[in-house]
Ligand binder design. Structure first.
Ligand SMILES: Cc1cc2nc3c(=O)[nH]c(=O)nc-3n(C[C@H](O)[C@H](O)[C@H](O)COP(=O)(O)OP(=O)(O)OC[C@H]3O[C@@H](n4cnc5c(N)ncnc54)[C@H](O)[C@@H]3O)c2cc1C
Length: 415
């Protein structure tokens, strides 16, 4: 595959852009692969990419029921940060954040990583104490964060109102290298790089069954027939329970819809990401000028990938006190994605009861930021059959053994 470069753009400009290749191939499936990954979201595609790049395994298929990146990866609000509390979480999210820094160069695809800075507002004394604790934990983990006072918050966010009657802004947990990236570009960049390594991305091809023999997976039934494999990775976010059921085991994961919305575009007014966990809302401004606003999860399990009126009302009511300018904005559109929630709000990356079948799920409301680190760790697990240091703590066993990685505070707002 030809590299994208300034020379390629110049060459194509001279011949009316007739020479660009397709970014990824749409091949016919082979009868068998060394590894099959179900789910062409960011996590599945990153797993395939690092299987090839780090472990030399390229006879790989990524099988997707819809279009690649059409799940949560293309529906999220793109926040990237690594200011988590527990050590295993900080390690994998910081690995991911660090990989994001050079991902565009690595993939030769502009993922528009924008480390513009991220603030988590402290609007109660309890939150101030909690975030000070996180800052200290992050210092020990090598994650750069700081607690900043209200004056610094105002400097960074001129449109904020600090002295709201119910929830004044008392400070913020600030991660200067947190930010955003273009979500679908992350999926497209990984897909292109996988295709360039000769991997197959099979779109519009739902997996309908998992076949096994003697405690090992032999392959999957799909809309395009049976496809055999030596190893299977299940990376389907909100549909993990369904795939696990096909494979004959159960997961401690619930599927719920998480919603977000964007406003009409306005002139640049906020060049950081702001999260307000107490009132539950968060916001950044897209390159087009829209205010990208994250809402909450539905209070009941469901598989509907759409928004509802009540979430617009609740989220905007929560944010308007701190950002009065929002009351003048029209909201353009809203949507939902099916997220996979675990009880401790941490992911699962581990072995399953089937010897050669591995699972990566439970990223819930916050897995976009983890894509490169998660793919790295899942590829290591699939290649070696054992988790490496990044994934070890996130095994499925932890729910049976009570080794929870409690991130309910760090994941307290849906981001
Ligand atoms: C509204 C919203 C806002 C969010 N905001 C943020 C944020 O700001 N920051 C952040 O870090 N995270 C955020 N998240 C969470 C983040 O989007 C997800 O954790 C992450 O994208 C999960 O990626 P994935 O690759 O695991 O799943 P997905 O991208 O959902 O990919 C899974 C794929 O599996 C496919 N699949 C399912 N069943 C089958 C089957 N039977 N056969 C074949 N394929 C199948 C699906 O079609 C899908 O494409 C948000 C999520 C939502 C919904």
């Amino acid at each position: 595959m030809r590299r994208y470069s300034v020379f390629a753009i110049a060459r194509e400009a001279l011949r009316w852009h007739q020479g660009w290749e397709r970014a990824w191939a749409s091949p016919e499936p082979r009868a068998r692969y060394d590894a099959i990954i179900v789910g062409a979201g960011g996590h599945g595609l990153a797993t395939a990419y690092y299987l090839g790049k780090n472990h030399g395994i390229t006879n790989v298929a990524v099988i997707e029921k819809g279009w690649l990146g059409g799940g949560n990866t293309g529906r999220n609000t793109t926040i990237i940060r690594s200011n988590y509390l527990q050590d295993p979480s900080a390690a994998i999210y910081e690995k991911a954040r660090a990989l994001y820094e050079s991902l565009s160069q690595e993939l030769n695809y502009n993922v528009m990583f924008s480390p513009r800075g991220l603030l988590m507002l402290a609007q109660t004394h309890h939150e101030v104490r909690g975030y000070l604790r996180t800052v200290h934990a992050n210092a020990l983990q090598g994650v750069q964060t700081e607690f900043i006072g209200p004056d610094r918050v105002r400097q960074l966010v001129p449109i904020i109102r600090l002295d709201g009657p119910r929830y004044p802004v008392l400070g913020a947990l600030y991660q200067a290298r947190g930010g955003t990236a273009r979500h679908d570009a992350v999926a497209w960049g990984y897909a292109r790089a996988c295709s360039a390594m000769g991997m197959h991305i099979l779109q519009n091809c739902p997996v309908t069954g998992v076949r096994s023999e003697g405690g090992r997976v032999t392959g999957v039934d799909t809309a395009r027939g049976f496809i055999g494999c030596d190893k299977l990775g299940i990376v389907v976010a909100g549909h993990s329970g369904q795939l696990a059921e096909m494979a004959g085991f159960r997961l401690p994961v619930e599927a719920v819809a998480l919603q977000a919305l964007v406003s009409e575009p306005v002139k640049p007014c906020m060049d950081v990401v702001v999260m307000a966990n107490t009132v539950h809302g968060y916001m950044s401004q897209s390159d087009k000028g829209e205010m990208v606003i994250g809402g909450g999860t539905d209070g009941f399990n469901n598989f509907t990938q759409r928004g509802s009126h009540q979430h617009i009302e609740e989220t905007l009511r929560a944010l308007i006190e701190t950002f009065p300018m929002l009351s003048r904005l029209k909201m353009l559109r809203q949507w939902g994605g099916i997220v996979d929630m675990t009880g401790d709000r941490s992911p699962i990356i581990g072995k399953t009861p089937l010897g050669n079948c591995f699972i990566n799920c439970g990223w819930g409301t916050g897995g976009f930021k983890a894509i490169p680190g998660s793919g790295w760790a899942m590829a290591e697990l699939m290649a070696r059959g054992e988790p490496g240091p990044l994934a070890a703590a996130f095994s499925l066993d932890r729910f049976r053994e009570g080794r929870f990685i409690d991130e309910s505070v760090a994941a307290g707002v849906a981001h």
